[in-house]
Design a protein around this ligand. Structure first.
Ligand code: SER
Length: 769
């Protein structure tokens, strides 16, 4: 059976073999596109390439893109087709291949790689698209009666303007039992029988600001294959929520709620599973809950989940416990989730607790409104009432609407929007209401990622972020200034010897845990002051947070100090990091180009590298990889870093870690003539500094995923010493030379087998059995 990891990779490999450049998923936050709130389709981040505003790094691109769509949130959980968060697999052509290429490759992938039953596949096309009809019918051989012409087969644009065009969908017949039973039921019918799995858009038009359509400079292709849907079909499950993508999550939710993912609780399980995934991904990409824009989308999704959680009887502050199962499944692919794990939990917990305080009260009030509306023989809930629930109890309008519709009522959306506009107009002139002050403080809490107590009166957080600088690529010691001290969620004005505090510095040479590389440790020093840095992590807006213990003296914001990274430890980390890059290329050279990193850990004493590969490595392969890495170490190759545009780096053949986020300007680390990787980590200057490399483990961590554990430098020497000492003990016990140990053990085992046999024969004689 295809696992989710294998399926994602098989799609990208297929299009790699068709000469597509495989790019990592873009962030959920659109880059330089004010017309879009959030990325909701695989093509959305690529808009400038379609329009010809920018030159794509390759005329053929393939991605697996993180997407969020919240416009039909009330359907999520109630159908198997709607998700707020989903992954979209897509192949794109920018003035390269067109309809025939898109159609024949989609068919080849589904029928030859996925081996789907051709009989179950149906096609839809736009009513007037005779060209697509001809390709499907004559080239691919689909009978005309299975090619359905539909007038609404036209896709796009995302946002008010942009690329769009007629499309053709591949639909999978889930079986008559799911259908409406009508004799002419086919794709386009409202029932659940035909599931659209892949949309091929023949992107030839651009919708302009005036609402008109103009031809694009070149004809393009944009396809979107629903990952969760295909996975459900390939794993032969009744819903995407039963696939391995959701399995650990559902089990955890069952434990927490004491209920089962079935029958009347099915909807709530789906809603919570879908929404928590969305929230985790949005937070990891830097979106924070608020009452506007993206932050509001996040808040609305989380609050709907909390409402359904109540229905399942979840205890207060439960949702933070649902973060780990999402990261368990997705964290190796989207490593930003692992890096922000603690931050994500903190925000979810604060947001959930804030909403829970008013949820019961608000629900009670809404029920009162509904029953009085019913009594008066009406159905409509007034806009003002909906607004009051929103303003005072934090009920997103969509939540009120959903609750009301469950009871057969209608909400006056227009009236609600009018109240909202009025409030916006007023807010400039009026003093803030008590709740608003509370919310402002609360919003700040969420923005910084710390839970601040009520004495907090505001910080110039934005200024800190813009002045902040990481100097640790070049230095491990830096004169700098203390900006803020934080203890259990509160900003402190000063601190002396206490257990642990978090410190923000203006500049820092301390590397913060990311890209698998562990955070730096060390010390902050000034006259009479010694602070130990126990770890460094990224906080909101990627500012570095030093987790510290004050050993001696007093510290306060504004103090000048010297920040000093633990040199030995950092150098051990750098050895392991550069070795990881060499290892990745060595694996690709020896096992094949399908090897792709899915996660890594770079520590001072070891490295761990997870990658896609479908069987266990043989001892011979392990030996070869180890030898190749050591050869590259002995060649003493210079390691250089460059800052360049992402597309240039990709053109130069740099490996981009699938799932990583890269800005427009990226950092490329090159082991000359051997490896190029996009990487923000710290590295040795010359491979010779790594010293030596030893693989200490090779194992499976999931279907199609392997893990290598290895050591370098002094850790490798320590490992050899451990092996040596074990061997020494064995050889002296056995009274033989090192080389004689294996045969001596073999001999002992043989003797022991003979003795056991004799003994059991004797026992038989004695007992007569
Ligand atoms: N843009 C199309 C969609 O989102 C195909 O990728 O369905």
């Amino acid at each position: 059976m295809w696992s989710s990891v294998e399926l994602r990779e098989s799609f990208l490999s297929f299009f790699r073999s068709k000469e597509h450049l495989v790019l990592p998923s873009y962030s959920l936050i659109p880059l330089n596109d004010p017309t879009l709130l959030i990325i909701g389709a695989g093509m959305a981040p690529l808009k400038p390439y379609f329009k010809g505003d920018e030159k794509p790094p390759s005329p053929r691109i393939a991605t697996c893109q993180k997407c969020v769509r919240a416009d039909d949130i009330e359907h999520v959980g109630r159908t198997i087709r709607h998700h707020t968060f989903f992954e979209m697999l897509g192949n794109f052509s920018f003035g390269d291949y067109f309809k025939e290429g898109a159609i024949t490759w989609a068919w080849e992938y589904l029928t030859e790689v996925m081996k789907l039953d051709k009989e179950r596949l149906w096609i839809t096309i736009h009513t007037d698209d005779d060209e697509a009809h001809k390709i499907w019918n004559e080239k691919v051989g689909i009978p005309a009666e299975k090619i359905v012409r539909l007038s609404d087969n036209f896709w796009g644009p995302v946002g008010p303007t942009g690329p769009c065009g007629p499309d053709s969908e591949l639909c999978y017949d889930l079986g008559e039992e799911l259908g409406c039973g009508k004799p002419d039921c086919k794709p386009g019918c409202d029932c659940d029988r035909f599931l659209e799995i892949w949309n091929l858009v023949f992107t030839g038009l651009n919708k302009n600001e005036k609402g008109g359509f103009e031809p694009l400079p070149k004809k393009c292709i944009d396809t979107g294959l629903g990952f969760e849907r295909l996975l459900m079909v390939m794993q032969n499950k009744p819903t995407p929520y039963h696939t391995d993508l959701f399995e650990p999550f559902m089990r955890r939710l069952e434990e927490l709620s004491g209920r089962k993912h079935e029958k009347e609780d099915e909807t709530a399980f789906r809603v919570i599973a879908d929404h928590v995934r969305a929230v985790v991904f949005m937070l990891a990409d830097g979106i924070t809950p608020s009452n506007e824009g993206r932050g509001y989308v996040l808040r609305r999704i989380l609050r709907r989940a909390v409402r359904f959680g109540k229905g399942l009887g979840l205890q207060a502050d439960s949702f933070k416990n649902l973060v780990d199962p999402v990261i368990q499944v997705m964290g190796n692919i989207y490593t930003e989730l692992k890096e922000k794990r603690d931050y994500i939990k903190k925000i979810i917990s604060a947001e959930e607790t804030g909403f829970e305080r008013t949820l019961d009260q608000g629900t009670e009030i809404l029920e009162g409104i509904i029953s009085s509306v019913k009594k008066s023989g009406d159905k409509v809930i007034k806009g003002e009432d909906v607004f009051k629930l929103y303003d005072t109890y934090g009920f997103p309008m969509e939540l009120t609407r959903e609750l009301a519709e469950e009871k057969g009522n209608i909400v006056d959306v227009e009236g609600f929007n009018k109240c909202l506009d009025e409030q916006k107009n007023r807010s400039g002139r009026q003093p803030l209401k008590i709740e608003a002050v509370h919310n402002a403080r609360y919003a700040k809490t969420l923005e910084t990622g710390f839970t601040l107590n009520s004495t907090y009166s505001g910080t110039p957080f934005g200024d800190w972020v813009s002045n902040f600088e990481f100097t640790g690529y070049k230095k491990i010691k830096e004169k700098t200034k203390i900006i803020a001290l934080i203890k259990e969620g509160s900003f402190l004005q000063e601190s002396s010897v206490v257990d642990e505090i978090e410190i923000i510095l203006e500049k820092t040479p301390f590397y913060a845990e990311s890209g698998g590389q562990m955070g730096d440790t060390g010390a902050l020093k000034a006259r009479g002051l010694l602070i130990k840095v126990l770890n460094t992590k990224k906080g909101h807006s990627d500012i570095h947070i030093h987790h510290c213990k004050v050993e001696k003296g007093r510290v306060e914001p504004g103090m000048e100090i010297t920040a000093e990274v633990d040199r030995e430890r950092r150098f051990e980390i750098m050895r392991h990091h550069t070795a990881t890059h060499i290892l990745q290329t060595a694996l690709r050279n020896i096992l094949g180009s399908h090897v792709a990193q899915s996660g890594s850990l770079v520590a001072p004493d070891r490295l761990r590298f997870d990658f896609s590969h479908f069987q266990a490595m043989t001892q011979n392969e392990i030996d070869k990889v180890e030898a190749l890495v050591n050869a590259k170490i002995q060649e003493s190759i210079p390691v250089k870093t460059f800052e360049l545009k992402q597309d240039e780096a990709i053109k130069k053949g740099a490996i981009a870690f699938f799932g990583d986020k890269y800005g427009e300007v990226v950092r490329m680390v090159e082991v000359k003539g051997f490896s190029k990787e996009l990487c923000g980590g710290t590295h040795v200057k010359n491979t010779g500094a790594i010293g030596s490399f030893k693989i200490v483990g090779e194992s499976a961590i999931g279907t199609g995923l392997r893990r290598i554990e290895a050591v370098t430098g002094m850790s490798a020497i320590r490992t050899f010493r451990e092996y040596e000492s074990a061997l020494k003990t064995a050889s002296s016990t056995l009274k033989t030379a090192f080389s004689g140990v294996p045969s001596a053990i073999e001999k002992l085992k043989e003797e022991s087998r003979t003795l056991e046999k004799k003994l059991s024969e004797k026992e038989k004689d004695l007992t007569g059995i």
